[in-house]
Design a protein around this ligand. Structure first.
Ligand code: ADP
Ligand code: MG
Length: 343
């Protein structure tokens, strides 16, 4: 009698399990996937895909995600004189400037990654970037004197943050923050949060190759993304494909944005210590749990090079790195856990 009852319970549980699985599968099959047309944001081409119960939710989640990116761009674009970052750059050398909590957060994160990378990542590079840009326009290399002047006004240890009132101050006048090495990753994270809040079951945010994704695509288990080959001019030349879920990825290198002086190519990423452009690698792809980290590390590892860069990611354990070295560039160099993401 007892065993009959037990068998009945077992059968009932099995039926419930099968029905629940069916229901989950049915729900997933009913999901829709909406892909936004390409839009120009943060000086790059972007695209967002949303997977949701219906088209309305998917579309709304794409819109809220874009609104978030536009808002952050307005806050952090140092080339827009009306941005809050421009106000900080104009004023923080003289007095404390209170900022939006997102600007405060990205500055805190930036300092965190500066410390972690021993200063390879440093958002105070603004004056150095400006100097090299001016030199490229004049087709001349920066002079020792110019570099010495810039040296005095860069260094992340010269940013003074006060969490009590979300204020920023510079230790010396003339400093200029440049968030180009982390803003897209940060924006992708925030956009993703907005999509989740507005009910999307899955999504992919692509801000010019800066990727954040969550959940699953409609008909697959992982999001498949292509990483461009730095040695092929055409945009459709893919170096490798990555299969990601709940992850972020970024690629930084000297192939897309660079300066040319006297026929020589200089990366747009600079070593804050030597004040020269990073030359150790052609590109670095970072896979992380969040966009800010992938973006900051992709920039930093261009400066640190293969050996130090690998040491860092292995020690951290939260990111993987794939390098295209400057020489012997047909052999990729990967951190120990990178292979499983390669499709
Ligand atoms: P993108 O994704 O636009 O190629 P990256 O993430 O590679 O940008 O960052 C490069 C940008 O970061 C540069 O254009 C400059 O604005 C800024 N930058 C340059 N060198 C550094 C550095 N050492 N640390 C932080 N930011 C940097
Ligand atoms: Mg970056």
């Amino acid at each position: 009698m007892k065993s009959q009852k037990f068998n009945f319970l077992l059968a009932a549980s099995a039926v419930i399990l099968v029905l629940s699985l069916l229901l989950i599968e049915l729900r997933r099959n009913r999901l829709v996937s909406v892909e936004s047309p390409n839009r120009l944001v943060m000086n790059t081409i972007s695209k967002i895909i949303a997977v949701a119960e219906n088209k309305k939710i998917a579309q709304a989640s794409i819109e809220t995600a874009y609104n978030e990116v536009y808002r952050l761009e307005k806050l952090m674009n140092r080339f827009d004189p009306n941005s809050q970052l421009s106000e900080v750059n104009r004023t923080a050398g003289k007095e404390r400037v209170q900022v939006d909590k997102d600007l405060f957060e990205i500055l805190s994160l930036s300092i965190y990654y500066s410390k972690l990378t021993d200063g390879a990542f440093d958002v105070t590079v603004g004056p150095l970037v400006d100097l090299w840009r001016k030199c490229a326009e004049a087709n001349s290399l920066p002079s020792e004197e110019q570099l010495a002047d810039v040296k005095k006004i860069i260094g992340y240890d010269k940013i003074i943050l006060d969490g009590n009132d979300y204020s920023v101050k510079f230790a010396v006048e003339g400093m200029r923050l440049d968030l180009g090495g982390i803003a897209k990753g940060f924006a992708a994270d925030k956009a993703q949060n907005m999509m989740i809040k507005s009910g999307a079951a899955g999504g992919l945010i692509d801000l010019g190759g800066q990727i954040a994704c969550f959940g699953k695509p409609k008909n697959d288990d992982k999001w498949i993304i292509g990483i461009r080959n730095p040695f092929k001019e055409e945009s459709n030349k893919v170096l490798m494909k990555l299969a990601l879920s709940n992850a972020a990825a970024a690629t930084s290198g000297n192939y897309e944005r660079f300066y040319t002086i006297k026929g020589r190519r200089f990366s747009h990423i600079f070593n804050p210590r030597t004040e020269t452009s990073a030359q150790e690698v052609s590109s670095v792809t970072i896979i992380s749990t969040n966009g800010s980290e992938s973006d900051a590390l992709a920039t930093a590892l261009n400066v640190m090079g293969v050996k130090k860069g690998l040491e860092l990611v292995e020690k951290m354990g939260t990111s993987q790195a794939i390098f295209v070295p400057a020489e012997n560039n047909d052999t990729l160099i990967k951190s120990s856990g990178a292979e499983k993401y390669i499709f």
